[in-house]
Design a protein around this ligand. Structure first.
Ligand SMILES: Nc1ncnc2c1ncn2[C@@H]1O[C@H](COP(=O)(O)OP(=O)(O)OP(=O)(O)O)[C@@H](O)[C@H]1O
Length: 254
């Protein structure tokens, strides 16, 4: 039997609004994520997709339930500690990178994730050929911008850098929160193609939130539909291959 990399057992998460109101968002999530799963996640606005990622990453703590990583209970583990095995790319190209540092400096900082990090000039120079090779894979000229400040990059290059930083230490779980949503169609398509290639080649375990039904079907081996804080549908690869976009829209209706 394939071991679960991550398991959520009846996870319930609430959020507190600015005026102190407590709202239940995740209402009992049960999920077993196997090593090598590439799961696309869809659901209406407010279904709890980002809250699910926040709960997995540790930026929100569940009110009840359990989260297990390789069988170890991590429910109370800090977000910082979880960065040792969880990589995350956000929708906003401004998140996840240090704008006033160069691309190469950001990449160096992303190595040794979760441990003490120092920027040593020698180490930076040593790593340039390696970083260049890595950046070339992103297929958008990032390899020619290694010494540029991140704030001067295009949105697509910045998201490509975020992706590299999230995967540089081969995370056990990669969380992609609509990571191409802010990009133009061509740039988005390129980043998704590279994302898919990297996940397959490096046998990464990944969860990707998307509002594009075509992408939810095209990528990954499993599909989840979240509705009102619960997993409404969990579809495996053979079933997913049979689905059409119209089938997915139907899940939103009832
Ligand atoms: N910190 C917070 N304070 C108040 N409400 C919150 C907070 N975080 C999330 N919510 C609410 O929780 C619900 C779920 O939000 P979440 O971002 O998880 O949904 P989502 O499925 O990712 O939606 P979207 O597709 O719009 O990104 C929403 O109604 C949102 O307004």
């Amino acid at each position: 039997m394939t071991k679960s990399t991550l398991e959520l057992k009846d996870v319930k998460t609430t959020v507190k609004t600015a005026d102190g109101e407590i709202i239940p968002i995740l209402k009992g999530i049960n999920l077993k994520i196997k090593s090598g799963d590439f799961i696309t996640i869809i659901g209406t606005n407010g279904a709890g997709k980002s809250t699910l990622f926040n709960t997995i990453a540790g930026s929100l703590k569940p009110d009840s339930g359990q989260i297990l990583h390789d069988g170890q209970d991590i429910t109370k583990m800090s977000e910082e500690k979880r960065t040792q095995f969880i990589g995350r790319v956000f929708q906003d190209p401004k998140m996840g990178t240090a704008p006033r540092m160069t691309v190469a400096e950001n990449l160096l900082l992303a190595t040794n994730r979760g441990k003490k990090r120092f920027l040593k000039i020698r180490k930076l120079k040593e790593n340039i050929p390696h970083f260049k090779e890595m950046a070339r894979v992103m297929n958008n000229g990032l390899e020619n911008r290694l010494n540029s400040f991140v704030e001067g990059l295009s949105g697509g290059q910045r998201q490509a850098l975020s992706f590299l930083m999230a995967t540089i230490e081969r995370p056990d779980i990669l969380l992609l929160d609509e990571h191409t949503a802010a990009l133009d169609p061509h740039t988005s398509e390129n980043l998704l193609a590279v994302t898919d290639k990297q996940i397959k080649e490096n046998k990464l375990t990944a969860l990707m939130i998307t509002h594009h039904m075509e992408d939810a079907l095209k990528y990954g081996n499993r599909l989840l539909v979240l509705k009102d804080g619960r997993v409404k549908v969990d579809i495996n690869e053979p079933e997913k291959k049979k689905l059409k976009v119209s089938d997915l829209y139907a899940y939103f209706d009832d």
